[in-house]
Write a protein that binds this ligand. Structure first.
Ligand SMILES: [Zn+2]
Length: 477
């Protein structure tokens, strides 16, 4: 039985690779391969810099300069964010855009090796693979540009350099400014432990800050003169934790205590926490958000302190577009699985051993397009907000071994060596091939747009951020 299955698999695989592709697609694959060494160098520079949300100054310059060097016109510092930029090439319709991210996560610096050891002690690391994300997307945009330049396809290609995905969600300010208004279809991808045309949504969320203001006093000599901001904080989080019993299984609530007082012998007069509520739909997030705001007030009443709630930002769930994913899927079937050397598999298995996972190495097997789940699990992304303003096609590509703990040193390790590089090259090919399909066939764009309109229905998008400029410079810390 096993043998039979294996044989069947071989037939299927060779059938996939025998799929015919257009000369434009052949050219675009060659272009990615031609630029591959440069792309790896860019990715490795961004990886080593590991700059966090809104601090991605050098990373942003490296990417924007590369776009400019390749003939794109680059607008830097868009939507009040010095590290956000748009690179554009070509003119007229269709307008296709590709998203790139490049921010790192604090505290998870790591060398490109399978055992845990910081590259720079205490520094940030690319634990979500955004060094690969930004570089692959830009590589894809450059390859598309070469086809436009050669007169093989007509229209406009845009690369969006989008900062601060890991904190604050920079894309929301760009969406609020209407930066995707002239775009027909947007493409995006994300580093992952598997490879698929990603037909799943993500979770919507709201981030807000709660602060309590009390009265300081000596903790022993005159505590009756004190009104404790940390009492309020504890009562608040206790309320949230009781509330968990009564939320829907799709809801998530997290909090991070940012200030709980300074010393043990003072009744704290100030406390602060960052709260996040999520659900699979924005409509589900809103009632939970309202409820936990009331709880913040209730805790303030109990501790006899004042309180303040400040919205930080909120994001939508991704609006899936299966018509777009079907196009992506065909290109993945053509490209096939990523192949790894024995050394790479050994590296992957060592990572799995060191993170207590089964030692099975990398998984980049192309499966048929999955059903779209009504209530997906997983995380959230500000790609969601883009997807409610322009049809979006999403992709996941393997850049780390199966089941690697995400946002961890293990992802940082893989993103700085060939396992990550291979995923990046693959993503660049899949994105640019899918873009070529769209440039070559207006009917595909129409089909994607029709599905987008149908799924969006009469829901009116509203950017869930406070008025005014983005919190560049960590104003919310
Ligand atoms: Zn990410």
């Amino acid at each position: 039985m096993r043998k039979l299955l294996f044989g069947l698999l071989l037939i299927l695989t060779s059938a996939a690779s025998a799929q015919k592709i257009s000369n434009n697609k052949k050219a675009i694959i060659q272009s990615i391969e031609k630029h591959n060494a440069e792309l790896i160098a860019i990715s490795d520079s961004v990886w080593a810099l590991a700059e966090t949300a809104f601090n991605e100054k050098q990373s942003s310059v490296i990417l924007a300069d590369y776009a400019e060097k390749n003939g794109f016109s680059v607008e830097r510092g868009v939507s009040g964010m010095p590290t956000a930029f748009i690179a554009t090439y070509g003119s007229g319709k269709p307008v296709i855009s590709i998203l790139g991210e490049f921010d790192a996560l604090p505290g998870i610096s790591q060398k490109a090796q399978p055992t845990k050891e910081a590259l720079n002690e205490g520094a940030a690391g690319h634990g979500c693979g955004h060094n690969l994300f930004g570089t692959a997307s830009l590589g894809a945009a450059v390859a598309v540009k070469e086809l436009i330049e050669a007169g093989k396809i007509k229209g406009t290609i845009k690369f969006f350099g989008t900062p601060a995905e890991e904190k604050y969600f920079g894309k929301v300010w760009m969406v609020r400014d209407g930066l995707w208004d002239d775009v027909d279809v947007n493409l995006s991808w994300h580093p992952a432990d598997n490879t698929e045309a990603d037909a799943q949504s993500t979770l919507a969320l709201v981030d807000f800050k709660v602060e309590y203001f009390g009265q300081a006093a000596h903790a022993s000599a005159d505590p009756w003169n004190g009104r404790s901001a940390s009492d309020a904080l504890e009562l608040y989080t206790t309320g949230i934790n009781y509330y968990r019993e009564h939320i829907k299984p799709t809801v998530r609530i997290h909090y991070h205590i940012q200030d709980g007082g300074q010393v043990v012998n003072v009744v704290p007069d100030y406390s602060k926490l960052w709260v996040r509520v999520r659900d699979t739909k924005r409509s589900g997030v809103i009632p939970v958000y309202e409820r936990v705001q009331k709880m913040a007030e209730g805790a303030a009443v109990m501790a006899n302190v004042d309180y303040k709630i400040t919205l930080i930002s909120g994001i939508y769930e991704v609006l899936v577009n299966r018509s777009g994913e079907e196009i992506m899927q065909k290109n993945l079937e053509y490209l096939g699985d990523i192949t790894y050397t024995e050394e790479e598999q050994a590296f992957g298995k060592k990572i799995q051993e060191n993170t207590q996972k089964p030692q099975i190495g990398m998984d980049s097997k192309i499966s048929p397009l999955k059903e779209t789940k009504e209530h997906p699990g997983g995380g959230s992304t500000d790609v969601g907000d883009v997807s409610w303003n322009v049809p979006n096609i999403n992709l996941s590509v393997t850049v780390a071994p199966k089941d690697t703990p995400w946002h961890s040193w293990a992802v940082v390790a893989c993103g700085g060596m060939s396992i990550g590089h291979k995923g990046m090259t693959y993503a660049a090919k899949a994105l640019s091939m899918t873009a070529v399909d769209l440039f070559e066939d207006q009917k595909l764009i129409e089909k994607i747009k029709n599905e987008y309109k149908e799924r969006k229905g009469d829901e009116v998008y509203e950017a869930n951020i406070p008025p005014g400029p983005p919190p560049v410079g960590d104003n919310y810390e």
